[in-house]
Design a protein around this ligand. Sequence first.
Ligand code: PGA
Length: 253
Amino acid sequence: MSRKTIIAANWKMNMTPSETAVFLEPFLQSFPEATAADIVIAPPFVSLAKAAEGLGAHPAVALAAQNMSHEASGAFTGETSAAMLGDVGCAYVILGHSERRSLYGEGDSVINQKVHAALAAGLKPILCIGESLEERDGGQLEFVLSQQLEGSLAGIAAAAMADIVIAYEPVWAIGTGRTASPEQAQETQAYVRSVLANLFGGKVAGATRIQYGGSVKPGNAAELISQPDIDGFLVGGASLDPTSFAEIIRASL
Ligand code: PGA
C-alpha cells in the first residue's frame, strides 16, 4: 500500500508574523510546484494569517495550527476554534502534542473531543502520541501507545481515518538531539500500525500515514524515511530554518 509522504514543520512558540514572511520567501522558491510529498507548516496562531497570505493556493505546502479548542464558540477566553482555523486557511491541526499533554495537562479524553471537532470542521488532525523514557524503560511502551490511540480515537469511524495523520514522537527524543534509531522507530511504528489494524481493520491501518518526530535533521531524515512504516516527519527545531527544512524534505522524496 503506497502512502504519500507528509512532512510537517512544528514551529512551536517561535516565528512572529514578520519572521514567518521572511522564512516563506526562500522556502517557497525551493518548492514552487507540487512535490511527491505533502508539506505542512504549523506556525503559532498569530502568524497563521501571514503564512496563509504567503502560501496563497500553493500546490504543495499546506497550513496547520498547533492546537485548538474542542468547543465550537462562546465564552472561552484565549481559545481558538476549528472554524476559525479553517477560515484563516488551515487544512491541518496538530493535536495532542507531548508539550500540550505534559505542560498543559491535556489527556486523551479532551484530545479525543478535539479530534472530533476538527474533523467536523473539515480540518485534518495530526494526532501525536509517544512514550516517556521511564515508560519505555519500564516496559510500558506498548501499553502507553495503545491507550493513547484508543483514547484519542474513541468514536472515530474507520472512514474518517483517511483524514487523520498519526505522529509518533518519543518524548525522550523531542528537542533533545537524541533521535530514535531507525530500527527503534520502525519497530514502534509497526506496532502503532498493528493497534490501528485492531481498531479499524488492516486496510485502514495500511492506508494511514504515520509520521516520526523527535530530533529529525537533514542528516538523519533519509535513513529514517527508508523504514517501511515511517511515512513522513513532524519536525521541530530543524524546521525553523528554511534551508534545513528544505533539506529534510529533499532527503525524504
Ligand atoms: P524536535 O521537535 O524536532 O525539535 O525534536 C519535534 C516535535 O516536538 O514535534
